[in-house]
Write a protein that binds this ligand. Structure first.
Ligand SMILES: *Cc1c(COP(=O)(O)O)cnc(C)c1O
Length: 424
């Protein structure tokens, strides 16, 4: 059965279009307005029910095809239904899904070793999401100074425009009022302007235990730090004797073209968090730290029931294996440069574009102030291309790392048409 195609998306050569659900099933999964489902209405969702994916393609329940240039918010590292990842999940599910952290599992031990080798860290703690990985960082910092008798040293410096998650600890670190509103009191974190080393220096009181920083502000609008900023933070932390914590949840696992965002610098944080792309869509988060911090959270002091379960660990191992074997970071550097160049050219050409910026497969196109980003997003979606909004006014491109040049060109063609329409 031929399926309706979005204008820019020819059928995949490698896989036939997926047959859509039967009529009977279809009726139960039709898109509904938020008021018509029993789902808690805390998200603004498009009225589309997605059903299948293959590579960088998605299909909804009506059989319409989309090009996925957002990867479930920088999560689907290998795209959809990647053979190795699908096999790893199925194979592991048939052996062990969950055992708790009362026992070891081989995939979890192996994943810890892999991640430490990839990041230069000494130990890995596993959890189930980004916000939990950041909670682990925050608790690690407090407990480290507590164990040294420095009980007054518990504050964290974070940055305006940052995003660190939605639980109360990581929300306290998040430097954007739109996420914080109504959830106070959120204590223990001071925010300073991103990129401003002088402001950091002034804020470094004896109470500061750690600086928490994203190598690139992701949700905040894909803001790159000025040259030398991360190195400057490292120097200030050394001078002040506090910890440098890196939130690599969005920038990690190859998204910028190196394994970590910090890999573009010649300095290391003391500990870091990973999540989003790590499991290729299977929920997993990780806190990695260097040797000096390995006793800061002694047995019983921190934990999670699901963290590092064999299923999620196996999925992450599959992601890391393909990432290396297929040189996906090479693909990100090559196509990311191409994407950045093309976005910059759009910026020169179309009045609807204010500016562009990014690194690798984390790119943003900031729209002119008079353009409604949700309108632009919807126009692009109508052409069958899915992206997200970051920083309130920018279209953010976080494609799966397996994206091909041909797919990228299709996405850029659709974007050009939308920008032409918006600039008229
Ligand atoms: C998404 C994100 C988080 C939160 O991750 P969740 O899995 O949604 O809890 C934290 N920090 C950064 C930089 C992120 O991009």
């Amino acid at each position: 059965m031929a399926l309706p195609q979005a204008p820019y998306l020819p059928p995949l050569n490698s896989a036939p279009p997926f047959p859509s659900s039967t009529g009977a099933n279809r009726a139960t999964v039709e898109a509904k307005a938020p008021t018509e489902t029993r789902l808690y209405p805390n998200y603004g969702r498009a009225e589309i029910v997605l059903e299948r994916g293959k590579g960088a393609r998605l299909w909804d329940t009506t059989g319409r095809q989309y090009l996925d240039l957002y990867a479930g918010i920088a999560v689907n590292t290998l795209g959809h239904d990647h053979p190795e990842l699908t096999h790893a999940i199925a194979d592991q599910a048939a052996k062990l899904v969950h055992i708790s952290n009362h026992y070891y599992s081989a995939p979890n031990i192996e994943l810890a070793a892999r991640l430490c080798a990839l990041t230069g860290m000494a130990r890995a703690f596993f959890c189930n999401s980004g916000t939990e990985a950041n909670e682990a960082l925050l608790k690690l910092a407090r407990r480290y100074y507590f164990a040294r008798g420095e009980t007054e040293r518990y504050e964290v410096l974070a940055f305006t425009g940052s995003f660190h998650g939605r639980t109360l600890g990581s929300l306290a670190a998040t430097g954007q009022s739109k996420y914080r509103e109504g959830f106070g009191p959120l204590a223990g974190v001071t925010h300073v302007p991103y990129g401003d080393l002088e402001a950091v220096r002034k804020a470094l009181t004896p109470r500061v235990a750690a600086i928490l920083v994203e190598p690139i502000l992701g949700e905040g609008g894909v803001i790159l730090p000025p040259a030398g900023f991360l190195e400057g933070l490292r120097a200030l932390c050394d001078e002040h004797g506090c910890l440098l914590l890196a939130d690599e949840i969005q920038t990690g696992v190859g998204r910028t073209g190196k394994f970590l965002g910090f890999d573009w610098t010649n300095v290391r944080p003391d500990a870091l968090s990973l999540a989003k792309g790590l499991g290729g869509g299977v929920p997993i988060g990780a806190m990695l730290c260097r040797t000096e911090l390995e006793t800061a959270l002694p047995p019983g002091s921190h934990g999670t029931t699901f963290g590092g379960n064999p299923l999620a660990s196996r999925a992450a191992l599959a992601v890391l294996a393909v990432l290396t074997r297929d040189d996906l970071m090479g693909n990100v550097v090559r196509l990311g440069t191409h994407l950045a160049t093309r976005l910059a050219a759009f910026s020169d050409r179309y009045a609807a574009v204010q500016s562009t910026r990014g690194q690798g497969f984390l790119q943003a196109l900031e729209l002119a102030p008079h353009i409604d980003p949700n309108h632009a997003l919807a126009l692009l979606r109508d052409k069958g291309v899915l992206v997200t909004i970051a920083g309130g006014n920018a279209l953010r491109f976080t494609p799966p790392l397996i994206l091909t040049e041909e797919e990228l060109e299709q996405g850029l063609d659709a974007l050009r048409e939308v920008l032409e329409e918006l600039s008229r």
